[in-house]
Design a protein around this ligand. Structure first.
Ligand code: HEC
Length: 326
C-alpha cells in the first residue's frame, strides 16, 4: 500500500531526540508548559497556546462511523501514537494541526524552517533522499477545501491511510497504529470540512474543553472494549490521560498540590485499566462509570481554580516570557 521509498532513519524522530538531549543538558530548564518548546521565538504565547483555532468537524450520523471519527479525534491528540522520542517530547498530530487546522507558530529546531513549517514528508512525497531536515513545508490546514489538499481523501482510496501510516511509522518512528486507530485517523481527517467551521475562529484552551476531550476519549475506550479491541482501547485511555496531563502542567505545583494529586489519581485509575487490558483482561465498566462521576466535582474545582492557573491569559503570558534558567 505504501510505496514510498524508505529513509535510513526517521528524520523527525532523530531531530526531536537531538533537541531533547539539549534540553536535558539545560538541567531544570523545562518551561512550565511543554508546548513552549515548539513555538517560534517572538510568537505571542496567548495565540500559540492560550487559544486555539476552532474545530471544523462534521460528525457522521451513522453510529459506527461516528465512533471511528471519535477514535481518530482522540488519537490525533495523543503523543503516544507517535514514536518514543516524539511521544516523550509531547508531540502529537494536533501539535502541528491544532484542532485539525494548521499552526503558524510552530517551530522546532531541525524540523522547521520558517515558523509554521515542518519537514514531515520527504520520504513520502519525494523520491529525493537526503538527511531529512532540509525540506520544511508549510503545515496545511486539514480543514480547508479537500481540493486544495494533496492526498486523495476519497473513502474508496487507500491513499490517506497509507500517508498517515507513513507519517507515524517512517517520520516519527512509531509502532504501526492498531488498524482501528489508523482507520479512525483517516475518518477524522475526512470529517474535517470547511462547511463545519463554527462562526468564531478561535476558542480558549481551558479546563472544560480538555475534560470534555478526556471524557470523549474514555467513551471511545469503552466502545473499543465492547468491540474487544484492546490495543485501540489502550490508546484511547492514553488519550484521556494526555488531556489530564495538559491540565496538570498549567497548575502551580505548590499552590495546587491537592488538585494535582486528584488529577494524578484520576490518571492512575485509567493507567490501571490500561494495565488490565495489557494483561488480556477487560476492566469492569462500572469502574469507568465511577471515574466519570468522580471527574465531575474534580472538574468543578479545576474550573474554580482556573483564574489562578496558567489557563489565565495574563499568567500564561508572564510565565511564557520568563527566560529559561541556564
Ligand atoms: C511536525 C509537524 C506535523 C505533525 C506532528 C503532523 N503533521 Fe501532518 N503535515 C505537516 C506538514 C508540514 C504537512 C505538509 C507536507 C507537504 O506539503 O509536503 C502535513 C501534511 C499532512 C496531511 C496531508 C495534507 C494534504 O495536503 O493532503 C495529512 C492528512 C496530515 N498531515 C495528517 C497528519 C496526522 C494524522 C498526523 C499525526 C499522525 C500529523 N499530520 C502530524 C506537519 C505535521
Amino acid at each position: 500500500m505504501d510505496r514510498s521509498p524508505r529513509r535510513p532513519a526517521a528524520a523527525l524522530g532523530v531531530a526531536v531526540a537531538v533537541v531533547l538531549g539539549r534540553l536535558a543538558l539545560a538541567a531544570d530548564g523545562d518551561p512550565p508548559i511543554r508546548a513552549l518548546h515548539w513555538i517560534a521565538p517572538g510568537a505571542d504565547p496567548l495565540r500559540a497556546i492560550g487559544v486555539q483555532p476552532t474545530e471544523c468537524l462534521q460528525i457522521p450520523a451513522d453510529a459506527a462511523e461516528a465512533l471511528q471519527v471519535e477514535v481518530g479525534r482522540a488519537a490525533f491528540r495523543t503523543p503516544l501514537l507517535l514514536g518514543g522520542q516524539a511521544a516523550r517530547a509531547g508531540l502529537a498530530c494536533e501539535t502541528c494541526h491544532r484542532n485539525g487546522r494548521s499552526n503558524p507558530d510552530f517551530q522546532f529546531p531541525g524540523v522547521s524552517g520558517a515558523a509554521g513549517t515542518a519537514d514531515v514528508t520527504q520520504s513520502l512525497f519525494s523520491s529525493h533522499r537526503g538527511d531529512g531536515i532540509d525540506n520544511p513545508r508549510p503545515i496545511p490546514d486539514l480543514s480547508g477545501p479537500k481540493t486544495g489538499l494533496k492526498v486523495d481523501q476519497s473513502p474508496d482510496s487507500p491513499a490517506l491511510e497509507g500517508f498517515i501510516r507513513g507519517l507515524v511509522v517512517e517520520e516519527f518512528d512509531g509502532d504501526p497504529p492498531p488498524p482501528a486507530v489508523l482507520q479512525g485517523l483517516a475518518a477524522y481527517v475526512r470529517a474535517l470540512q470547511p462547511s463545519a467551521c463554527p462562526a468564531t475562529a478561535h476558542e480558549p484552551v481551558d479546563v472544560r474543553r480538555l475534560m470534555s476531550d478526556a471524557r470523549r476519549a474514555l467513551a471511545a475506550a469503552r466502545a473499543e472494549i465492547a468491540l474487544r479491541d484492546r490495543p485501540a482501547a489502550i490508546l484511547m485511555l492514553a488519550a484521556a490521560r494526555a488531556r489530564l496531563a495538559l491540565i496538570d502542567e498549567r497548575l502551580d505545583a505548590d499552590r495546587f498540590a491537592g488538585l494535582r494529586a486528584r488529577l494524578r489519581a484520576a490518571s492512575g485509575r485509567l493507567a490501571e485499566a490500561q494495565g488490565r487490558l495489557r494483561q488480556g483482561q477487560d476492566p469492569p465498566d462500572a469502574d469507568f462509570v465511577r471515574w466519570l462521576a468522580e471527574a465531575r466535582p474534580l472538574e468543578a474545582d479545576l474550573v474554580a481554580a482556573q483564574p489562578a492557573t496558567l489557563f489565565n491569559p495574563i499568567r500564561l503570558q508572564a510565565a511564557a516570557n520568563r527566560p529559561l534558567p541556564h
